[in-house]
Every structure is written in C-alpha cells, then in structure tokens.
Design a protein around this ligand. Structure first.
Ligand code: MTE
Length: 436
C-alpha cells in the first residue's frame, strides 16, 4: 500500500541493480574542506555566515564552578539529552503491565544500547526480586537436580558476550502498509548489550542431562510465570544464564537478578527473572505460550518454532524522528543484524531500490550483534527514498516487502524483516512509506 509519493516515477521503478563501485558518491575531500564543507552547508541552511573566532565570547559555565563529585553517586544523562527516552504507543495493548516500550534507535550510535533505554516487554509487569531470596532450580531428566543461589551461580566460570535481542513482533504493525511514523516505533523492539553470566552448557553439564532429555523449559518468576521450550541443542550451544548487563547487574526490567540469553533467537525465549529450568523429552505445548508464537501463513497453516531472527537492517538517521537539517555533505546512519551470525554487507539506496551502494561497516563486527553502518552522501535538496538491505554471512539477502509477502502473506505479526523505506522531502523531513 503506497502512500502518496512526491518522488519521480523513475525512483519508484522496481529495477534493482547492485552497483558496488558506482554512484551516488559520498562528498569529496574538496567539498568537505573547501566552501562546500559541512559547516558552511549548515550555515547556509540556517541563513547565517560561518562563525568567526572573534564572535565566541566567554560562557557563563566558564565563569563559575560546576557540580561537585558528590552530586551524582550514580550518574544521569546530560539534561540536554532528555529526548533520548523509551516511548510507548498507548493504544497498542489493553493494559500497561502487559505492554511494550521502544528503544530510541535514531538517537543511538555504536553497537551498545544504554541500559536505561533498552526496550521493555513484559507479560505481567516487572517484579522486584531480591537476589538473596532468588533461586534457580534445574530438574527433570537430569542425573543431579540442583537449586542454586545467586552467590553459588557466580562461582561458576563466567563469560562476557555482546548480543542483540529483538522481539519477534518488531515491525509487526507494518505488514499491511506503512503505519508508524518513527524508527523508534517501527524497529525499536531491539537492544544490544554486553552480558556476563554462565554458559547454560556449564550448568547442564553440572546436572548431567539424561540421554532422553531433548527439550528445556525455562520459567520466569514474574506474575506471568512466563515459560518457553527450547531444543536441547540450542541450550548446549551458545545460551547464557546472565546476571550482568553493560557492566552492572541486570536492570529490574531486563530480568534482575537472572535472565536467559538465547543469541540470535526471538526475544520471547529470553526468559527474564529466570527461576526454573526443566529438562524433558518433548516441548511443553500445554503449559507454555508456544501457540501464541506461531506465524500464520496464507494457506491457513502456521510456521512453528520460528525462533531465528532473520537478517534485517534499518536507516535510523535520517528518519521521521531525525530529519535532515542541511544540504550538502551528510552522513546516513543505520543498524543491521542477523540471527545467523555476522553481517557481511549492507547496501543503501537513495532512490527507492534502483541503485545500491555498499555502506561503510563500522566495527566491532560481532556475531548475533548489532552492526553500525554509515554512508556519506551529498544532499542537493531533492526528495529521496532511503532504503537499506543487509546480506549476512550465509548469503541471505534482506527481502523487499513484496518478496516477503509473496512467501509469508500478511497474517502474522511476527518476523517482519522486510526492507524499510523513508521518503525524505525537500524540507528534509522524513516519512514512513511503502514502495511496491
Ligand atoms: N520473561 C518473562 N519472565 N516475562 C515476560 O513477560 N517477555 C519476553 C522475554 N522474556 C517476558 C520474558 C518477551 S516477549 C521479550 S520480547 C523479551 O523478554 C523482552 O526483553 P526486554 O524486556 O529485556 O527487552
């Protein structure tokens, strides 16, 4: 469903051509240094001349002492960054406890999401659990059932890892057409942080999984007692039982004091406030919410066990919440990720997918992690249709909406990883649109 587009017909053509070395080119060195540089362009946009050294006075904050070292025992963001917050959509869910808020992707840079703006998704609110009273029980088809305190858990050898977590419903509102005007709302059910914790494999080896043990049930200690089944192969592969996030103990809303980390898989299996792991010989269809996490296909059948988060990318800047403010040299910013492992390449298009240019991937490049990409470009004030597409290490190319809908239809709210389009108008404002 395309909204009214102001761009030219040619831009809306569906001829996709990968032009690795070709235009549209970034700003030349001369443009940046000489009269057409970034600062000059900004000044032109504001209708003023470039600032001169003699115009800079002595600011008030240079004349007086600043705050003392005792003022903020736990630091807070600069008051000038007050707009960098999680936001929610009030009409999305019936209650506020079983709801979701969104990460402000357009304000972030680099692969680490600050803990205070990591999106939250709870089925029954976030409980406050004291670490002294918390226990992790591991039982079922094991030789030696265990009940561990937090202190005991911390005596197992830890590892630290960066991973993205994406909710299966991220971009879920967008299947049938452009809906929400902001990357925070279309793509903000994702965060990427550094965890520390114990490999789940270590704990399972300590308990001794019996040969018949093929599935693991993880249960949370919240009012939802959220439970999800995982195949034992994944549990023994790269899952963690994490107690640390971005260098400090988990935030309450991210599962304090303990959460399951399931790299590359949909967020709902990352059970928070983790209190129980049961080993069984089959998944727990009756007790858990498995039935809610299936993808209804066009023929009426449903995809089950669709845990993998497929390759996806999005331009966060410019975007509806982050308009362009100046003509001339600009930098396009975005994020890419894939549950398969590493991001291999990201292409960007300024003309709705007619021409593609490889973006610059900024390290660190880590598996199952956000990857920051940049693209330097010159904006001449004409409308643009911005798109990005990721190609991962398995060769999977992020699909267009048409390609994805042809296969999966529009019945599911989950696993929408199609290419996003932003229409940038002559004033620099951006709008969420769909091109065929
Ligand atoms: N674990 C428990 N115990 N209860 C929950 O409601 N929500 C799940 C998962 N783990 C949930 C849970 C869902 S649906 C998602 S998408 C992720 O947690 C969200 O993790 P976050 O709140 O850290 O972003």
């Amino acid at each position: 469903m395309a909204k009214g587009l102001g761009a030219s017909d040619q831009m809306l053509g569906r001829v996709v051509r990968v032009t690795d070395a070709a235009a549209p080119a970034g700003p030349s060195r001369r443009q940046l240094i000489a009269g057409g540089g970034v600062l000059a362009a900004a000044a032109v946009a504001l209708g003023a001349g470039p600032a001169r050294p003699q115009d800079i006075g002595i600011a008030d904050h240079t004349r007086h002492l600043g705050t003392s070292v005792d003022e903020y025992p736990y630091g807070v963001p600069s008051p000038h960054e007050a707009q960098v917050i999680r936001r929610s959509v009030p009409w999305l869910t019936a209650t506020r406890e079983s709801s979701i808020n969104f990460t402000p992707l357009h304000e972030l840079e680099g692969i680490v999401t600050p803990s205070g703006v990591c999106f939250e998704r709870h089925h029954a609110g976030a409980p406050d659990i004291g670490p002294a009273e918390h226990r992790l029980m591991i039982h079922g088809l094991v030789e030696r059932p265990l009940v561990l305190t937090m202190a005991e858990l911390r005596r197992f050898p830890p590892v630290t890892r960066f991973y993205f977590l994406e909710c299966a419903a991220n971009s879920g509102m967008e299947w049938r057409g452009a809906q929400l005007n902001g990357v925070q709302f279309t793509h903000g059910m994702i965060h990427c942080v550094q965890y520390a914790g114990v490999p789940l494999r270590t704990l399972l080896e300590e308990c001794g999984v019996k040969p018949a043990g093929k599935w693991l049930l993880a249960e949370g200690a919240d009012a939802a007692a959220m439970t999800r089944s995982l195949p034992i192969e994944k549990a023994l592969d790269d899952c963690l039982v994490a107690y640390t996030m971005n260098g400090e103990r988990l935030r309450r809303e991210q599962g304090y004091p303990l959460r399951l980390v399931v790299p590359g898989w949909e967020g709902n299996v990352w059970v928070k406030w983790l209190r129980r792991l049961e080993i069984g010989d089959q998944p727990w269809y009756q007790r858990e919410e498995t039935s809610k996490y299936t993808d209804l296909m066009p023929d009426g059948r449903a995809r089950q066990f669709s845990w993998l988060m497929e390759p996806k990318s999005v331009i966060v800047n410019p975007s509806p919440q982050a308009p362009l403010t100046a003509r001339g040299a600009n930098v396009l910013r975005g994020f890419a990720w894939t549950g398969n492992g590493l991001v291999k390449r990201v292409d960007v298009s300024l003309d709705g997918g007619i021409n593609w240019t490889p973006a610059r991937l900024e390290g660190p490049l880590l598996p199952k992690c956000l990857t920051q990409f940049y693209h330097d470009f010159v904006w001449n004030g004409e409308p643009m249709l911005l798109q990005s597409r990721v190609i991962d290490e398995t060769g999977y190319v992020q699909p267009t909406y048409q390609q994805l809908i042809d296969i999966r239809g529009v019945n599911s709210v989950y696993h929408n990883h199609a290419i996003q389009t932003w229409l940038v108008n002559e004033a620099g404002g951006a709008e969420n649109v769909r091109v065929s």
